[in-house]
Structure formats: structure tokens, C-alpha cells
Design a protein around this ligand. Structure first.
Ligand SMILES: CC(C)(COP(=O)(O)OP(=O)(O)OC[C@H]1O[C@@H](n2cnc3c(N)ncnc32)[C@H](O)[C@@H]1OP(=O)(O)O)[C@@H](O)C(=O)NCCC(=O)NCCS
Length: 251
């Protein structure tokens, strides 16, 4: 694809995804992500010509100028936007789909030292990787997935899902919806997280909170029933009508 078509795509991507970008000139002059992409394309050409050392040198110059390190072997799609950029590291066998957004401090890194294998992650299209997130290993982050800032992701993230925390727990859209529906029935949403989130501590905690919420409601119902029969139960102080009080206990 010709240089200027790429550049136009990159500029449009910045302007559509960064409300701070005021003009094309500003984007061309002041966005290190744009400079890094231009130099990466040059490095990539040299890499394909097997001019490995000069190619790495171009990548190194880009790093010095922008703070963004993209290995020339990495494969980037169209309209990738690296915002701010400082501290971004993209490894040799990483692949990034079209329309991805990557913030400062992100690593797309490897976890093995074995040469000749794919060691780095593959991002699908439209993935957002928040500032400081570390995505480590050879797995796929599905189309439209979101990685929260400072997350440490070490396994696959399904399309459309959100991964947050260290180690990252995955929140699937449909699970979040299902849980919200259940919470609406119960009048309570423990932490708002999916029971299928893959953090065992979080799963245990949410299970306990849900259980406590059900018990709380039953105790309230029983004391009210007893009261109607003229029996006052002393020493029972329910949390009140707002079961979200339990949420605050774990906040
Ligand atoms: C993860 C992110 C993409 C939001 O995705 P989302 O699918 O809209 O998720 P929500 O905002 O509904 O959050 C879902 C839950 O994850 C939590 N969460 C969100 N981001 C988180 C993070 N980075 N770390 C830990 N937990 C996080 C939320 O608090 C929420 O929990 P709750 O339901 O108990 O309140 C966003 O929070 C994020 O981190 N974006 C990166 C932005 C960034 O790096 N900007 C830099 C600009 S310079």
C-alpha cells in the first residue's frame, strides 16, 4: 500500500479516536504513534529484504525518537493507533489487527525464549489495550476485546470481552448481562462481575456475597413475618432495604 494512503489512514484514525487531536498538522507533528508507524513500515521492508541489522537499527532509532519499540518482525494492520506511546513494546512475532488502539506503557511480549516459534500475542480487529497493560504469550485477543489499564493478560480473551486485573480476569458480555438480570431479580449485584470470571478469589468472594445477600433477605422476611404474628425478635439488625450495603463491605 502506498506511503501516503497509509499515512492518511493513520491520521484519520487518530482524529476519530483522540478528542484532543485538533488538526491534521498537529497529528503529523505531535503524535509519536504516527512517527513510530512510519518508521516501522520502513523497518519492516528492510526486514523482508533480510537486511536484519539495518532494520533493527531503524526500529531502534524509532524507539529513541518516540519511546515506542516495535520489532520489525511484528505485523501491524491498518489504522492502528498508538496513543502517547512512551514505553510501548511490541515483540517480534506479535500481530495487531486493523483499528486497534494501544496506549502508553503496553507490552505485547513473549514468555518463552525459544527461537523460531510464535511467542507473542495476536490482537484481533478493534482491540483496545489500556495504558500499562501487559499482554504476554502466544494467544489470541479476539476482535473488539478490551484490556483494562495495567491488566496482566496471560491467556486468550474472547471477542468482545473485557479483561481487567492481575492476573486478568475475563468478563464476557453475555455473562455480565446474565448476572445483571439475576441481580435485578435478587435486588443485589455483588461487585457486578461475572461468576465465570476466571479469578478464583473473585469467584469465591462473589459467591459468598451473593449467599449473604440471600440470607439477609430471608432473615428480614422471617423477622417481618414474626412481627406480624406479634413476636418481636431482638438483636437482629438487618442491613436495611438497600442490599448494596454488602457491596460497600468489600469495596
Ligand atoms: C477496561 C476498560 C476498557 C473498560 O471496559 P468496559 O467493558 O467498559 O468495562 P467497565 O467500565 O464496565 O468496567 C467493568 C468492571 O471492571 C472494572 N475495571 C475497569 N477497568 C479496570 C482496570 N483497568 N483495572 C481493574 N478493574 C477495572 C470496573 O471497575 C468495573 O467493575 P465494577 O463492575 O465492579 O464496577 C477501561 O476501564 C480501561 O481500562 N480503558 C483503558 C483506558 C486507558 O488506558 N486510557 C489511557 C488514556 S491516556
Amino acid at each position: 500500500m502506498p506511503f501516503f494512503e497509509h499515512l492518511r489512514d493513520d491520521i484519520l484514525a487518530v482524529r476519530s479516536r483522540d478528542p484532543a487531536a485538533r488538526s491534521v498538522l498537529e497529528v503529523v507533528l505531535c503524535y509519536p504513534g504516527i512517527h513510530a508507524l512510519i518508521l516501522h513500515r520502513l523497518a519492516k521492508r528492510l526486514w523482508r529484504l533480510r537486511l536484519y541489522t539495518i532494520s533493527r537499527f531503524v526500529s531502534h532509532v524509532a524507539r529513541v525518537l518516540t519511546g515506542i519499540e516495535i520489532h520489525p518482525g511484528a505485523t501491524l494492520g491498518r489504522r492502528v493507533f498508538i496513543d502517547h506511546g512512551m514505553g510501548v513494546v511490541i515483540g517480534e512475532t506479535a500481530e495487531i489487527g486493523d483499528d486497534c488502539t494501544i496506549y502508553q506503557g503496553v507490552t505485547l511480549g513473549g514468555t518463552t525464549l525459544t527461537r523460531g516459534y510464535k511467542r507473542h500475542p495476536t490482537l484481533g480487529c478493534g482491540v483496545i489495550v489500556g495504558a500499562g497493560a501487559q499482554v504476554l504469550g502466544n494467544f489470541i485477543v479476539g476482535d473488539g476485546a478490551k484490556i483494562g489499564s495495567n491488566a496482566v493478560v496471560v491467556k486468550e480473551v474472547p471477542p468482545g470481552a473485557t479483561a481487567v486485573g492481575n492476573p486478568a480476569r475475563v468478563m464476557l458480555k453475555e455473562d455480565q448481562q446474565r448476572r445483571e438480570e439475576a441481580a435485578a431479580k435478587m435486588g443485589f449485584s455483588a461487585y457486578g462481575l461475572s461468576p465465570d470470571a476466571n479469578d478464583p478469589l473473585a469467584i469465591a468472594l462473589h459467591g459468598l456475597i451473593d449467599h449473604a445477600a440471600i440470607q439477609e433477605r430471608r432473615i428480614t422476611e422471617l423477622t417481618e413475618a414474626l412481627k406480624r404474628l406479634g413476636i418481636e425478635v431482638e438483636g437482629v439488625t438487618p442491613l436495611g432495604k438497600d442490599p448494596r450495603l454488602l457491596d460497600r463491605l468489600v469495596d
